[in-house]
Ligand binder design. Structure first.
Ligand SMILES: [Zn+2]
Length: 376
């Protein structure tokens, strides 16, 4: 297997970036299609479109329907072709971004990704997670080319809900855990090659920045302030985590996250990053992580009120059979569970979920934890 490192062409991060982005965008084309969901249009989309129009861009505004599905990609691709768009801008959260990637490919345009939350590591990746129209995990779709430009406006992120930043921190914290497992296995990365030292170093640096600055960044976000800590975590959640997972590999944490889509229920009221937190906790149990190491992660997750027990994730409401369905989907042949350094069975997943939960409960009852953020 060949070593591989993949990334977007350009990544730019700054405070108030969208309001001075014309200089970067005009290199790609003046006919732009901006897609955003209704909420994002109100918060920042209309203002951004107006700014571009004032700078001599021709702007087509499209409302994204909320699901990253093949059907939605087809619908907006048609609009992009009809309006002869040169550039597609995905402005919003993970699903908006993932959909914009499919549209740019199908309509053969340049792709600009402008996240309005640092909630997951989708922005820099050359793949989308697609769902059925009912919201069930459908496929990882891989693209022949990465985005042309990623625009990360830290002022927008500072004003986004704190829960989105915390979710991104959680998604990012899984990056190095999964990269280490993949490395041990000599597994295949999401870029479909062997990991480079570069990819692995990025995943490790992602984790270091999180340990050092995550809590201060959350406090900044609570106060809607752009600070060096927030700036650091925006980069950790998007660039470091994004390049890290794509170039160093996913393993059990994300496979278990995808396994959750086998069941219905309240777990789906949790965000991607929140579900990944429990997936990562379960991965640590599968790996038989020494408790000094495990405790450090548990303390981190609980300080951010992340759901890392069966009760927190509402999985305690499911039957044994439903739990086994999660285990089966998480260990399906095309899942990233194959990057674990040992074979993992559906039963091992179920046992590890229960054991992780019991260990966290015991940790909680013997330690005082003061969360700096509450989800509700
Ligand atoms: Zn993720």
């Amino acid at each position: 297997m060949d070593k591989m490192f993949v990334s977007p062409d350009t990544y730019i991060q700054g405070s108030g970036l969208l309001e001075h982005s014309a200089q970067y965008l005009e290199k790609l084309g003046k006919y732009v299609l901006i897609m955003s969901d209704e909420i994002v249009w109100d918060i920042v989309g209309n203002e951004f479109a107006e700014y571009l129009t004032n700078n001599d861009f021709k702007v087509e505004k499209v409302v994204f329907n909320g699901e990253a599905s093949v059907q939605e990609i087809d619908r907006i691709t048609k609009i992009a072709k009809d309006t002869k768009a040169e550039v597609v801008i995905g402005l919003g959260g993970g699903k908006t971004i993932d959909t914009s990637k499919g549209i740019a490919l199908e309509a053969n345009t340049k792709l600009v990704i402008a996240p309005t939350a640092a909630s997951a590591d989708a922005p820099t990746a050359g793949l989308s997670v697609l769902y059925t129209e009912e919201g069930v995990f459908d496929q990882y779709k891989f693209y022949p080319k990465h985005s042309d430009l990623v625009l990360l406006d830290t002022k927008v992120i500072a004003n986004a809900p704190v829960r989105t930043l915390v979710s991104g921190i959680s998604d990012a914290m899984a990056t190095n855990i999964e990269a280490k497992a993949t490395t041990m296995k000599h597994g295949v990365t999401m870029g479909n090659g062997a990991a480079t030292f570069t990819g692995r170093a990025i995943a490790a640096e992602c984790e270091r920045v999180l340990w050092d600055h995550a809590f201060e960044a959350v406090e900044s976000n609570k106060n809607k302030l752009v600070t060096p800590a927030l700036d650091a975590i925006v980069e950790a959640n998007t660039l470091l985590s994004g390049l890290g997972f794509e170039n160093a590999g996913l393993a059990a944490a994300h496979a278990i996250h995808n396994g959750f889509t086998a069941v219905k229920g309240e777990i789906h009221h949790l965000t991607h990053g929140e579900k990944v937190a429990f997936g990562a906790m379960v991965e640590l149990v599968l790996e038989n992580t020494p408790h000094e190491v495990m405790d450090k992660y548990i303390e981190f997750w609980l300080t951010l009120d992340l759901p890392i027990t069966m009760e927190d994730t509402h999985l305690d409401q499911l039957s044994e059979d439903e739990l086994l369905q999660i285990g089966k989907l998480a260990t399906a042949p095309d899942e990233t569970m194959k990057n674990m350094p040992f074979e993992v069975t559906p039963e091992m997943v179920v046992n590890a979920m229960k054991a992780a939960s019991a260990y966290v409960d015991s940790y909680r009852s013997s330690h005082t934890i003061t969360p700096i953020f509450k989800r509700n």
